[in-house]
Design a protein around this ligand. Structure first.
Ligand code: ZN
Length: 383
Protein backbone atom coordinates (compact mmCIF):
# COMPACT_ATOMS: atom_id res chain seq x y z
CA UNK A 1 0.00 0.00 0.00
CA UNK A 2 1.25 3.44 -0.96
CA UNK A 3 0.19 6.63 0.81
CA UNK A 4 0.19 9.98 -0.89
CA UNK A 5 0.09 13.18 1.19
CA UNK A 6 -0.91 15.84 -1.32
CA UNK A 7 -0.39 19.58 -1.02
CA UNK A 8 1.83 19.62 2.05
CA UNK A 9 3.86 22.72 2.79
CA UNK A 10 7.03 20.84 3.70
CA UNK A 11 9.65 22.06 6.17
CA UNK A 12 12.30 19.37 5.95
CA UNK A 13 13.54 21.36 8.10
CA UNK A 14 14.45 23.66 5.17
CA UNK A 15 11.36 24.96 3.40
CA UNK A 16 10.57 22.95 0.25
CA UNK A 17 7.33 24.76 -0.55
CA UNK A 18 4.12 23.03 -1.60
CA UNK A 19 4.87 19.34 -2.23
CA UNK A 20 3.42 15.86 -2.53
CA UNK A 21 4.90 13.22 -0.24
CA UNK A 22 4.79 9.61 -1.32
CA UNK A 23 5.09 7.06 1.49
CA UNK A 24 5.88 3.39 0.93
CA UNK A 25 6.70 0.77 3.54
CA UNK A 26 6.93 3.31 6.36
CA UNK A 27 9.47 5.45 4.54
CA UNK A 28 9.34 8.54 2.40
CA UNK A 29 9.65 7.28 -1.17
CA UNK A 30 9.58 10.68 -2.87
CA UNK A 31 8.94 14.37 -2.25
CA UNK A 32 7.96 16.22 -5.41
CA UNK A 33 6.93 19.83 -5.95
CA UNK A 34 3.15 20.11 -6.23
CA UNK A 35 3.61 21.79 -9.60
CA UNK A 36 5.27 18.66 -11.00
CA UNK A 37 3.04 15.64 -10.53
CA UNK A 38 4.50 13.65 -13.42
CA UNK A 39 6.44 11.22 -11.20
CA UNK A 40 3.58 10.39 -8.85
CA UNK A 41 1.69 7.09 -9.09
CA UNK A 42 -1.73 7.29 -10.68
CA UNK A 43 -4.52 7.39 -8.11
CA UNK A 44 -6.01 3.97 -7.70
CA UNK A 45 -7.11 1.45 -5.11
CA UNK A 46 -3.48 0.76 -4.11
CA UNK A 47 -2.82 4.41 -3.23
CA UNK A 48 -4.35 6.01 -0.17
CA UNK A 49 -4.57 9.74 -0.83
CA UNK A 50 -4.79 12.49 1.80
CA UNK A 51 -5.06 16.10 0.69
CA UNK A 52 -3.42 18.29 3.35
CA UNK A 53 -4.65 21.47 1.59
CA UNK A 54 -1.50 23.47 2.14
CA UNK A 55 -1.01 22.70 5.83
CA UNK A 56 2.59 22.74 7.09
CA UNK A 57 4.38 19.44 7.61
CA UNK A 58 7.48 19.13 9.79
CA UNK A 59 9.60 16.13 10.81
CA UNK A 60 8.44 14.16 13.85
CA UNK A 61 10.32 15.32 16.93
CA UNK A 62 13.31 13.38 18.27
CA UNK A 63 13.49 13.42 22.06
CA UNK A 64 16.85 12.30 23.49
CA UNK A 65 15.59 12.00 27.09
CA UNK A 66 12.30 10.42 28.12
CA UNK A 67 11.82 8.59 31.39
CA UNK A 68 9.07 6.50 29.87
CA UNK A 69 8.90 4.10 32.80
CA UNK A 70 8.71 7.04 35.22
CA UNK A 71 11.38 8.17 37.61
CA UNK A 72 12.08 9.27 41.14
CA UNK A 73 10.92 9.61 43.65
CA UNK A 74 13.20 11.63 45.78
CA UNK A 75 10.47 11.99 48.44
CA UNK A 76 10.04 8.26 49.03
CA UNK A 77 7.94 5.62 47.28
CA UNK A 78 4.82 7.80 47.41
CA UNK A 79 6.52 10.22 45.00
CA UNK A 80 7.41 7.80 42.18
CA UNK A 81 6.28 9.29 38.87
CA UNK A 82 4.06 7.23 36.54
CA UNK A 83 4.86 5.56 33.20
CA UNK A 84 4.23 7.41 29.96
CA UNK A 85 0.92 6.23 28.46
CA UNK A 86 1.03 5.34 24.74
CA UNK A 87 -1.85 7.72 23.86
CA UNK A 88 -0.01 10.65 25.41
CA UNK A 89 3.13 9.75 23.47
CA UNK A 90 1.27 9.47 20.16
CA UNK A 91 -0.37 12.89 20.62
CA UNK A 92 2.87 14.67 21.57
CA UNK A 93 4.46 15.01 18.13
CA UNK A 94 7.52 13.14 19.41
CA UNK A 95 8.00 10.14 17.13
CA UNK A 96 11.46 9.04 18.29
CA UNK A 97 12.01 8.62 22.03
CA UNK A 98 15.13 7.60 23.91
CA UNK A 99 14.31 6.11 27.30
CA UNK A 100 16.51 6.39 30.38
CA UNK A 101 16.61 5.34 33.98
CA UNK A 102 17.38 8.14 36.41
CA UNK A 103 18.02 8.29 40.12
CA UNK A 104 16.39 4.95 40.83
CA UNK A 105 18.05 1.96 39.19
CA UNK A 106 16.99 -0.55 41.83
CA UNK A 107 13.19 -0.63 41.63
CA UNK A 108 13.35 0.38 37.97
CA UNK A 109 15.62 -1.66 35.73
CA UNK A 110 17.04 -1.83 32.20
CA UNK A 111 14.64 -4.74 31.58
CA UNK A 112 11.61 -2.55 32.51
CA UNK A 113 12.96 0.13 30.24
CA UNK A 114 13.38 -2.24 27.30
CA UNK A 115 9.87 -3.65 27.79
CA UNK A 116 8.33 -0.19 27.77
CA UNK A 117 10.37 0.80 24.71
CA UNK A 118 8.97 -2.22 22.88
CA UNK A 119 5.41 -1.36 23.99
CA UNK A 120 5.69 2.16 22.56
CA UNK A 121 7.29 0.76 19.40
CA UNK A 122 4.41 -1.70 19.00
CA UNK A 123 2.15 1.38 19.08
CA UNK A 124 3.96 2.81 16.06
CA UNK A 125 6.68 4.99 17.58
CA UNK A 126 10.44 4.55 17.29
CA UNK A 127 12.14 3.97 20.62
CA UNK A 128 15.64 3.47 21.89
CA UNK A 129 17.22 3.26 25.36
CA UNK A 130 20.34 4.25 27.19
CA UNK A 131 21.93 1.62 29.34
CA UNK A 132 23.03 2.65 32.86
CA UNK A 133 21.60 5.24 35.22
CA UNK A 134 22.77 8.07 37.52
CA UNK A 135 24.86 5.52 39.39
CA UNK A 136 28.19 3.95 38.53
CA UNK A 137 29.19 1.28 37.83
CA UNK A 138 26.31 1.28 35.33
CA UNK A 139 23.40 -1.13 35.63
CA UNK A 140 23.12 -3.08 32.38
CA UNK A 141 21.08 -5.84 30.79
CA UNK A 142 23.90 -8.09 29.57
CA UNK A 143 26.57 -7.37 32.19
CA UNK A 144 28.39 -4.54 30.45
CA UNK A 145 27.74 -1.31 28.59
CA UNK A 146 29.58 -2.70 25.56
CA UNK A 147 27.48 -5.87 25.70
CA UNK A 148 24.22 -3.92 25.77
CA UNK A 149 25.21 -1.80 22.79
CA UNK A 150 26.52 -4.77 20.85
CA UNK A 151 23.76 -7.29 21.48
CA UNK A 152 20.58 -5.27 22.10
CA UNK A 153 19.36 -3.24 19.10
CA UNK A 154 17.40 -0.84 21.34
CA UNK A 155 20.42 0.33 23.38
CA UNK A 156 22.27 3.15 21.61
CA UNK A 157 24.32 4.81 24.35
CA UNK A 158 24.98 5.22 28.06
CA UNK A 159 22.98 7.54 30.31
CA UNK A 160 21.92 9.46 32.26
CA UNK A 161 25.30 9.46 33.99
CA UNK A 162 25.05 12.14 36.69
CA UNK A 163 27.77 14.74 37.21
CA UNK A 164 27.80 17.76 39.54
CA UNK A 165 24.77 16.38 41.38
CA UNK A 166 24.33 15.13 44.93
CA UNK A 167 22.31 12.16 43.65
CA UNK A 168 25.05 10.78 41.37
CA UNK A 169 27.98 8.50 42.16
CA UNK A 170 30.46 11.41 42.06
CA UNK A 171 32.47 9.71 39.28
CA UNK A 172 36.21 10.26 39.07
CA UNK A 173 37.81 11.49 35.85
CA UNK A 174 39.23 7.99 35.29
CA UNK A 175 35.80 6.37 35.66
CA UNK A 176 34.15 8.81 33.25
CA UNK A 177 36.97 8.43 30.74
CA UNK A 178 36.87 4.65 30.80
CA UNK A 179 33.08 4.56 30.39
CA UNK A 180 33.12 7.09 27.56
CA UNK A 181 35.80 5.03 25.79
CA UNK A 182 33.83 1.80 26.26
CA UNK A 183 30.61 3.40 24.98
CA UNK A 184 32.37 5.04 22.05
CA UNK A 185 34.11 1.84 20.92
CA UNK A 186 31.03 -0.35 21.37
CA UNK A 187 29.04 2.23 19.39
CA UNK A 188 31.55 2.10 16.55
CA UNK A 189 31.53 -1.71 16.43
CA UNK A 190 27.73 -1.90 16.60
CA UNK A 191 27.18 0.94 14.12
CA UNK A 192 25.49 3.14 16.72
CA UNK A 193 26.02 6.67 18.01
CA UNK A 194 27.58 5.51 21.28
CA UNK A 195 26.79 8.81 22.98
CA UNK A 196 27.23 9.28 26.73
CA UNK A 197 24.15 11.18 27.86
CA UNK A 198 24.97 13.25 30.92
CA UNK A 199 22.66 14.47 33.67
CA UNK A 200 24.21 17.75 34.76
CA UNK A 201 23.25 18.79 38.27
CA UNK A 202 23.36 22.30 39.68
CA UNK A 203 26.32 21.71 42.00
CA UNK A 204 29.59 23.58 41.63
CA UNK A 205 31.73 22.27 38.80
CA UNK A 206 29.05 22.28 36.12
CA UNK A 207 30.39 20.74 32.92
CA UNK A 208 34.01 20.78 34.09
CA UNK A 209 34.20 16.96 34.61
CA UNK A 210 33.56 16.51 30.85
CA UNK A 211 36.23 19.04 29.90
CA UNK A 212 38.62 17.16 32.19
CA UNK A 213 38.01 13.93 30.28
CA UNK A 214 38.60 15.62 26.92
CA UNK A 215 41.72 17.38 28.22
CA UNK A 216 43.37 14.23 29.53
CA UNK A 217 42.28 11.66 26.94
CA UNK A 218 41.66 11.36 23.19
CA UNK A 219 37.86 11.23 23.82
CA UNK A 220 36.28 14.19 21.98
CA UNK A 221 33.99 16.56 23.89
CA UNK A 222 31.18 15.76 21.44
CA UNK A 223 31.07 12.16 22.72
CA UNK A 224 29.00 13.58 25.57
CA UNK A 225 25.53 15.02 25.38
CA UNK A 226 24.95 16.91 28.64
CA UNK A 227 21.39 17.86 29.48
CA UNK A 228 19.68 20.30 31.92
CA UNK A 229 22.18 22.93 30.75
CA UNK A 230 19.43 25.56 31.27
CA UNK A 231 18.73 24.48 34.89
CA UNK A 232 20.51 27.51 36.43
CA UNK A 233 21.84 30.77 35.00
CA UNK A 234 25.38 29.76 35.97
CA UNK A 235 25.17 26.36 34.31
CA UNK A 236 23.69 27.99 31.21
CA UNK A 237 26.67 30.38 30.90
CA UNK A 238 29.00 27.40 31.40
CA UNK A 239 27.01 25.62 28.67
CA UNK A 240 27.54 28.46 26.20
CA UNK A 241 31.30 28.22 26.81
CA UNK A 242 31.09 24.44 26.43
CA UNK A 243 29.26 24.87 23.11
CA UNK A 244 31.93 27.25 21.84
CA UNK A 245 34.59 24.73 22.83
CA UNK A 246 32.97 22.10 20.58
CA UNK A 247 30.63 20.41 23.05
CA UNK A 248 26.97 19.61 22.57
CA UNK A 249 24.39 21.20 24.87
CA UNK A 250 20.87 20.00 25.59
CA UNK A 251 18.14 22.09 27.22
CA UNK A 252 15.27 20.58 29.21
CA UNK A 253 11.79 21.67 28.13
CA UNK A 254 9.85 20.35 31.15
CA UNK A 255 9.83 22.81 33.98
CA UNK A 256 8.00 23.82 37.15
CA UNK A 257 7.25 27.20 38.74
CA UNK A 258 9.70 26.27 41.51
CA UNK A 259 12.53 25.57 39.05
CA UNK A 260 11.89 28.86 37.22
CA UNK A 261 11.82 30.73 40.54
CA UNK A 262 15.18 29.12 41.36
CA UNK A 263 16.71 30.65 38.23
CA UNK A 264 16.12 28.09 35.50
CA UNK A 265 16.47 29.60 32.01
CA UNK A 266 13.28 28.71 30.07
CA UNK A 267 14.27 26.31 27.27
CA UNK A 268 12.99 28.48 24.38
CA UNK A 269 14.90 31.47 25.76
CA UNK A 270 18.01 29.28 26.13
CA UNK A 271 17.76 28.17 22.48
CA UNK A 272 17.37 31.76 21.25
CA UNK A 273 20.34 32.92 23.33
CA UNK A 274 22.57 30.01 22.28
CA UNK A 275 21.83 30.74 18.60
CA UNK A 276 22.52 34.45 19.14
CA UNK A 277 25.80 33.50 20.84
CA UNK A 278 26.72 31.79 17.55
CA UNK A 279 27.05 28.31 18.99
CA UNK A 280 27.17 25.93 16.02
CA UNK A 281 23.39 25.13 15.71
CA UNK A 282 23.95 21.39 15.15
CA UNK A 283 25.33 21.16 18.70
CA UNK A 284 22.14 22.53 20.30
CA UNK A 285 19.33 20.11 21.19
CA UNK A 286 16.16 19.98 23.28
CA UNK A 287 14.78 17.11 25.36
CA UNK A 288 11.59 16.84 27.39
CA UNK A 289 12.80 14.84 30.44
CA UNK A 290 9.23 13.52 30.32
CA UNK A 291 7.93 11.54 33.30
CA UNK A 292 11.05 12.29 35.28
CA UNK A 293 10.56 13.55 38.77
CA UNK A 294 11.42 17.24 38.87
CA UNK A 295 12.16 17.53 42.58
CA UNK A 296 12.87 20.68 44.51
CA UNK A 297 15.27 20.79 47.44
CA UNK A 298 15.52 23.63 49.94
CA UNK A 299 18.73 25.48 50.79
CA UNK A 300 19.72 22.66 53.18
CA UNK A 301 19.19 20.03 50.49
CA UNK A 302 15.92 18.78 52.00
CA UNK A 303 13.28 17.47 49.58
CA UNK A 304 10.38 19.92 49.35
CA UNK A 305 8.19 18.68 46.51
CA UNK A 306 8.12 17.18 43.03
CA UNK A 307 6.30 17.29 39.69
CA UNK A 308 6.57 14.98 36.67
CA UNK A 309 8.09 16.13 33.36
CA UNK A 310 5.82 16.34 30.29
CA UNK A 311 6.48 14.98 26.80
CA UNK A 312 4.21 17.63 25.24
CA UNK A 313 6.61 20.33 26.48
CA UNK A 314 8.96 19.63 23.56
CA UNK A 315 6.43 20.69 20.89
CA UNK A 316 5.26 23.60 23.08
CA UNK A 317 8.83 24.86 23.48
CA UNK A 318 9.31 24.68 19.71
CA UNK A 319 6.30 26.99 19.35
CA UNK A 320 7.72 29.40 21.96
CA UNK A 321 11.06 29.51 20.10
CA UNK A 322 9.22 30.58 16.95
CA UNK A 323 6.40 32.76 18.29
CA UNK A 324 8.03 34.43 21.30
CA UNK A 325 11.72 34.48 20.38
CA UNK A 326 11.60 34.87 16.61
CA UNK A 327 13.64 31.73 15.90
CA UNK A 328 13.14 30.69 12.27
CA UNK A 329 11.05 27.53 11.83
CA UNK A 330 13.86 25.57 10.14
CA UNK A 331 16.29 26.42 12.96
CA UNK A 332 13.72 25.49 15.62
CA UNK A 333 12.99 22.15 13.93
CA UNK A 334 16.74 21.52 13.97
CA UNK A 335 17.00 21.74 17.76
CA UNK A 336 13.89 19.60 18.35
CA UNK A 337 14.55 16.92 15.75
CA UNK A 338 17.44 17.00 13.26
CA UNK A 339 20.35 17.67 15.60
CA UNK A 340 19.34 15.03 18.13
CA UNK A 341 19.02 12.46 15.33
CA UNK A 342 22.56 13.33 14.22
CA UNK A 343 24.00 13.30 17.76
CA UNK A 344 22.40 9.95 18.52
CA UNK A 345 23.45 8.40 15.20
CA UNK A 346 19.96 7.83 13.75
CA UNK A 347 20.45 8.30 10.00
CA UNK A 348 16.78 7.93 8.96
CA UNK A 349 15.35 10.34 11.55
CA UNK A 350 15.04 14.10 12.00
CA UNK A 351 14.48 15.11 8.37
CA UNK A 352 11.87 14.78 5.66
CA UNK A 353 13.62 13.39 2.62
CA UNK A 354 13.44 10.36 0.37
CA UNK A 355 14.68 7.26 2.16
CA UNK A 356 13.99 8.61 5.65
CA UNK A 357 11.31 7.18 7.91
CA UNK A 358 7.92 8.79 7.33
CA UNK A 359 7.70 10.39 10.78
CA UNK A 360 5.94 13.73 10.55
CA UNK A 361 3.65 16.26 12.13
CA UNK A 362 0.87 18.00 10.20
CA UNK A 363 0.44 21.40 11.85
CA UNK A 364 -2.91 23.08 12.39
CA UNK A 365 -3.73 25.76 9.86
CA UNK A 366 -3.70 28.91 11.96
CA UNK A 367 -2.14 28.14 15.35
CA UNK A 368 0.92 26.41 16.78
CA UNK A 369 -0.87 23.11 17.32
CA UNK A 370 -0.72 19.52 16.11
CA UNK A 371 -3.35 18.35 13.64
CA UNK A 372 -1.96 14.91 12.83
CA UNK A 373 1.01 12.77 13.77
CA UNK A 374 2.38 10.15 11.39
CA UNK A 375 4.93 7.62 12.58
CA UNK A 376 6.70 5.19 10.25
CA UNK A 377 4.15 5.90 7.56
CA UNK A 378 1.03 5.41 9.64
CA UNK A 379 -1.24 8.11 11.01
CA UNK A 380 -1.12 7.51 14.76
CA UNK A 381 -2.90 10.63 16.02
CA UNK A 382 -5.52 13.14 14.87
CA UNK A 383 -6.48 16.17 16.94
ZN1 ZN B 1 18.44 14.27 34.49
Amino acid sequence: MLTLLKNARVHAPESLGLCHLLIADGRIAAITPASDASELPAHGPAVEVHDLQGRRVIPGLVDPLVHFIGGGGEGGFGTRTPELPLDEALASGVTTLVGALGTDALTRTPANLLGKARELAAGGLTTYCYTGSYQLPPVTLTGSVAGDLTFVPDFIGLGEVAISDHRGSQPSREELTRLAAETRTAGMLAGKGGIVFIHTGDAEGGLEPLREVARHSPIPLAQFLPTHVNRTAELFEDGLRFGREGGRIDFTTSTTPALLADGEVPAAHAVARALEARIEPSRITLSSDANASLPHFDAEGRFSGLEPGRLASLFETLGECIEQHGVALDKAIGVASTHAAEALGLPRKGRLRAGHDADLIVLAEDAWAIDEVWARGRRVHRA
